[in-house]
Design a protein around this ligand. Structure first.
Ligand code: C2E
Ligand code: MG
Ligand code: MG
Length: 560
């Protein structure tokens, strides 16, 4: 390290300020989920014509000792305001700026007043400034600093705890002050081995539990970035993305960077998204402060560790986060990956997976945790969705999945099998059709003992023969219209359901005719529609009601 005489700094500081040798460098802060620039930290640099570039480590302590530090900090704020206005003039998105303050600033002058005056002079709002303070400054005189904090908060400034973990009383500081953001310096961890990872994960967990946002600085490698992303760290800063740059370079960087800048109007949206704790055993059901205060932890937590964050923009969706459990869940229901599902949703018309779409729409409408059972590709699963944030034209959905088979214990699985079979037993006949290919795929089940021949024929032919042989003559015409394969898709799309349903009279094994409930149900297995044709007995009362209705109002039974 350079050796610079303390006296050199004290003697030259004020003239260096006047001549503009001391100025702000800017290092961008990146939103982890989107990799967009969401704010920037201003860091002091002293470019001295005699001794060269001076790092803050060389002059901050000296300035503090000689009661000059507030002059530096206000000069940096002045720099920020100039850059802010330059950005405004160029029509660049106006993200917030972080400024570092020293505890001694507050001893020297009324810092809030001084900062507010500078901002007023340049017409910069207080919400554009984040205050960074290191934890050690607040160890003593808690009541005094709390008052200062409150006054900054009231004036609209966000407060970041800088260098969390470097001091020795962090937990007390966290308890006593309400910081908006916890800033964790990766450099305090000597390596990123398993212990460091566990510590970081626990810190993330804790920050979310007490409602603080999370930022990791000193991020230098892709490995660090990936790990921080997986544990839900909301923001990243460090050489991995960019070194600090002077004002001109930063403006250039902003206009040219492929990263892009976050729309400041979306700040609330991303803050809400950031509250989701990726590490929680039950992220969609985490207790709110109100619940904890009211002692309401009585509800049963389900083991829904799978988690994905999916952004909905009209009919398009984008995956912003998924963990392994979610990926595994989707593979179990037949997708090769989450990315494949997202691609399918974006490419297909909204007619596919209508139950899922309904669930998502309902989540967005209510903001509640919605839990529904579904069947895709023959696998039953429970899907959990919760809309966690909304802004102009988009909504962020947290989703979780639990499949039955594989990840549940064997006895649950066996029970499920057993009762599914019993359910099938409530039907009298089930077969599966593919109208686009004009085939009967299979006859799953039939109590009627209908001839196997239908499955050998083309679908249209099979339906015609079936109507002739098995449907009462008075119902035949109606049945043929109901079943017409060439118009099934179009007629189905006109209804708001996934099925048609009407009663028809079928020939039973003893030669009599019996009125039975009949459904054609659309099942979704990708781009080709598959339909189930089912016949089910009706109870005596429903049967009588249907007969009376059929005679009195035949028009209600028209399904063309
Ligand atoms: P800080 O606020 O924690 O700032 C982060 C420091 O980490 C900066 O050092 C930055 O250049 C450096 N850094 C950023 N990314 C990386 C990375 O990926 N790897 C490594 N190895 N380092 C990285 P800098 O600018 O030397 O500042 C040092 C400290 O001096 C700051 O720590 C802050 O506490 C203080 N400081 C800087 N500017 C000011 C200021 O204007 N006023 C006050 N009061 N203190 C300041
Ligand atoms: Mg800082
Ligand atoms: Mg720091």
């Amino acid at each position: 390290m350079q050796h610079i005489d303390e006296q050199y700094i004290v003697n030259n500081f004020e003239s260096a300020l006047d001549k503009g040798y001391v100025k702000a460098y800017y290092q961008p802060v990146i939103r982890t989920l989107t990799e967009r620039i969401c704010s920037v930290e201003a860091l002091a640099r002293w470019q001295d014509p005699v001794v060269g570039l001076l790092s803050p480590f060389l002059f901050i302590n000296v300035l503090e000792k000689y009661h000059l530090i507030h002059k530096l900090d206000l000069a940096i704020l002045d720099n920020i305001c100039v850059t802010y206005n330059e950005m405004r003039n160029r029509g660049l998105p106006l993200h917030p700026f972080s400024i570092n303050l020293s505890r001694l600033d507050f001893d020297e002058i009324d810092m809030l007043d001084a900062i507010s005056k500078t901002l007023a002079k340049y017409d910069v709002p207080s919400t554009a400034i984040h205050i960074e303070i290191t934890e050690s400054v607040m160890l003593d005189n808690t009541a005094y600093f709390r008052r200062i904090f409150d006054s900054f908060h009231d004036a609209g400034f966000a407060i970041f705890m800088d260098d969390f973990g470097s001091g020795y009383s962090s937990l007390n500081v966290l308890k006593d002050y309400s910081f908006d953001v916890l800033k964790i310096d990766m450099r305090f961890l000597s390596d990123i081995g398993i212990r460091s990872k566990k510590i970081l994960a626990s810190v993330m967990n804790m920050a979310k539990a007490i409602g603080m946002h999370t930022l990791a600085e000193g991020v230098e490698t892709k490995e660090q970035m990936t790990f921080l992303r997986n544990i839900g760290c909301e923001m990243l800063q460090g050489f991995y993305y960019s070194k600090p740059m002077d004002g001109d370079l930063y403006i250039k960087y902003l206009s040219e960077s492929k990263l892009g800048v976050e729309d400041p109007a979306e700040n609330h949206y991303w803050n809400a998204v950031g509250q989701i704790n990726f590490l929680s055993p039950d992220p969609l059901n985490d207790l709110t402060n109100e619940q904890i205060e009211s002692g309401d932890y009585g509800f049963i937590r389900e083991n829904s560790t799978a988690l994905a964050l999916i952004e909905q923009r009209g009919e398009q969706v984008e995956l912003l986060y998924k963990n392994e459990a979610y990926e595994n869940g989707l593979q179990r229901i037949g997708f090769s990956s989450v990315d494949e599902l997202i691609k399918t949703i974006n490419e297909m018309d909204r007619g596919y997976y209508p139950d899922m779409i309904e669930q998502v729409d309902f989540s967005i409408k209510t903001g509640e945790l919605v839990k529904e059972d579904h069947l895709i590709n023959g696998v039953y699963f429970t899907y959990y969705t919760k809309c966690i944030a909304e802004t102009d034209g988009k909504a962020m959905l947290a989703a979780s999945i639990q499949t039955y088979g594989g990840d549940v214990d064997k006895s649950t699985n066996d029970l499920f099998e057993k009762y599914s079979r019993m359910l099938i037993d409530t039907y009298d006949h089930i077969s599966v059709m593919d109208p686009a290919k004009n085939t009967v795929i299979t006859r799953l089940y039939s109590k009627f003992g209908f001839s196997e021949e239908y499955t050998q024929l083309p679908l249209d032919e099979a339906i015609r023969r079936f109507a002739e042989n098995e449907v009462a003559e008075c119902d035949r015409e109606r049945f043929l219209q109901f079943m017409e394969p060439s118009t099934i898709r179009e007629r189905m799309n006109k209804t708001n359901h996934r099925y048609f349903q009407l009663p028809f009279q079928y020939r039973t094994q003893n030669g009599e005719y019996k009125m039975m409930d009949t459904k054609v149900i659309k099942v979704f297995m990708g781009p080709s529609d598959i339909y189930i044709f089912s016949i089910e007995a009706m109870s005596e009362q429903v049967y009588k009601a249907a007969e009376l209705l059929l005679n009195a109002h035949p028009e209600l039974f028209d399904f063309t």
